[in-house]
Design a protein around this ligand. Structure first.
Ligand code: B12
Length: 212
């Protein structure tokens, strides 16, 4: 599956994901060892110019084909009361959405209402969505070192508004670290989607939802 993903063969990745599920493999194992591991080799080769943007794009498409098969399982929630509302977006200038989408799927599976703002998200959009959905948590994703500073712009803007000040802000994405999160004044950071959900669960009780 790693190799098919690397070569951008979406139909094969889809088929192997289905086969792995039929064979009784664990969803998390398929995600981590099949899809994410394949994408990390793509990332490495991209870094050293052994792959170029068009090849990475088709690899990303293959990854999404596998994720689409897993989606119903990742988003299957136990039902019952919502665990809370989380507004998620990839920050302005950044078009990477695979990691954010995974966090959204797993968040839904854990019973959160996930409001997905997509990519290239401006501060105003984060603010409007937090208010409209009375979100307790805002999650921002960034994959580029050049877009990471925009997270601070959003945090500052939330701090300036009385009704948004207490919304919990969580950040993530490959170049983001715990230290960077602290530096910009974020309330939480997680390195992967399952820890992101644990973080949301830990933070939600202390979150005050946006008013208006
Ligand atoms: C796929 C990819 C692309 C695809 C994106 C397709 C898509 N729909 O997302 C395409 C081809 C479009 C692309 C474009 C570019 N890319 Co690119 N891309 C990648 C690649 C290979 C994989 C990213 C990925 O999907 N990883 C898999 C997911 C599952 O991991 P993740 O995103 O980190 O998410 C996990 C965690 O971080 C966390 N998480 C994520 N978000 C959040 C949010 C919260 C709140 C929390 C708590 C947790 C959390 O949970 C996720 C799940 O476990 C990375 C390599 C890498 N090492 O990251 C380069 C990489 C990010 N890209 C890079 C570059 C340079 C670019 C381009 C500038 C290339 C160019 N010359 O045009 C453009 C920029 C476009 C733009 N404006 O955004 C560089 C960035 C370098 C840097 N210093 O900033 C990288 C690191 C590659 C490299 N090594 O050089 N890219």
């Amino acid at each position: 599956m790693n190799q098919f993903l690397y070569e951008g063969k979406a139909p094969n990745v889809k088929e192997m994901t289905e086969q792995a599920l039929e064979a009784g493999r664990d969803v998390d194992e398929i995600l981590q060892d099949g899809l994410i591991a394949g994408m990390s080799v793509v990332g490495e080769d991209f870094k050293y110019n052994r792959l170029y943007v068009p090849q990475v794009l088709i690899a990303a498409r293959a990854m999404k084909a596998g994720m689409a098969v897993l989606k119903p399982l990742l988003t299957k929630s136990g039902g019952g009361r919502s665990a809370g509302t989380v507004v998620m977006g990839t920050v302005k200038g950044d078009l990477h959405d695979i990691g954010k989408n995974l966090v959204c799927m797993m968040g839904e599976g854990a019973g959160f209402e996930m409001v997905d703002l997509g990519v290239d998200t401006k501060v105003e959009t984060f603010m409007e969505a937090a208010r409209e959905h009375r979100a307790g948590i805002v999650g921002m994703s960034a994959l580029l070192t050049t877009t990471m500073p925009y997270m601070k712009v959003v945090i500052n803007a939330f701090q300036e508004e009385e009704d948004l000040r207490d919304v919990v802000i969580c950040v993530g994405g490959a170049p983001v670290s715990e230290m960077f999160a602290e530096e910009i004044g974020a309330d939480g950071y997680a390195a992967d989607a399952s820890s992101a959900i644990e973080l949301f669960q830990k933070m939600y009780p202390v979150a005050t939802t946006a008013s208006v």
